[in-house]
Design a protein around this ligand. Structure first.
Ligand code: SF4
Ligand code: SF4
Length: 176
């Protein structure tokens, strides 16, 4: 059976939206007065001026891939991030390492790694789940493109944005 949500009864003034309209006008008038008196800066000269120094602590940023200090890929194409991503923004094609690699038949690498930035909701779950610390959110907010295809970041673009990250990479630990 359908469940009906109770709706509160509105007063006559609320039904006419008058208090809300008056409150909104008062806020607009206050901002206008502050602007006239030079107390509010309403325009930022972007891109010369940027938000970087005012970036809120809780802003997570966009997902990128990182390499280690020897220019090696950290990602092992385990696809955990692809699985966990809520809007299904990540597409990975795993590849086998060449037979001469000592990690052949032990680890994989991403032949293709794409993140659709139109789908991405910047939740950070991919970073959280990655066992190799290969995917990181960087505080970059200027993610633009002229077409939908531009907004799908491929492996090359993800490494360009991510750069290098030093420290432990499980993939390159000595084999036991
Ligand atoms: S930040 Fe969230 S939505 Fe974006 S790619 Fe990672 S898991 Fe998917
Ligand atoms: S980025 Fe991390 S979680 Fe995603 S496939 Fe690569 S190793 Fe696995």
């Amino acid at each position: 059976m359908a469940y009906t949500v109770d709706r509160p009864k509105m007063t006559l003034a609320e039904k006419m939206y008058l208090p809300a309209i008056v409150t909104g006008l008062a806020i607009t008038a206050k901002h206008f007065k502050n602007m006239i008196l030079g107390r509010t800066k309403v325009v930022m000269q972007y891109p010369e001026e940027k938000w970087d120094s005012h970036m809120p602590e809780h802003y997570r940023g966009a997902p990128t891939l990182v390499k280690d200090e020897h220019d090696r890929e950290r990602c092992v194409a385990c696809q955990l991030c692809e699985f966990i991503c809520p809007p299904r923004a990540i597409t990975i094609t795993p590849g086998e390492l060449p037979s001469e690699s000592k990690f052949a038949k032990v680890e994989k690498y991403p032949e293709e790694f794409k993140i659709d930035m139109i789908r991405c909701i910047y939740c950070g779950l991919c970073e959280e789940v990655c066992p190799e610390q290969a995917i990181f959110l960087r505080k970059d907010y200027a993610i633009t493109g002229l077409t939908r295809a531009d907004m799908v970041h491929d492996k090359k673009k993800l490494y360009e944005l991510g750069g290098e990250m030093n420290g432990l990479v499980h993939k390159w630990n000595p084999l036991k």
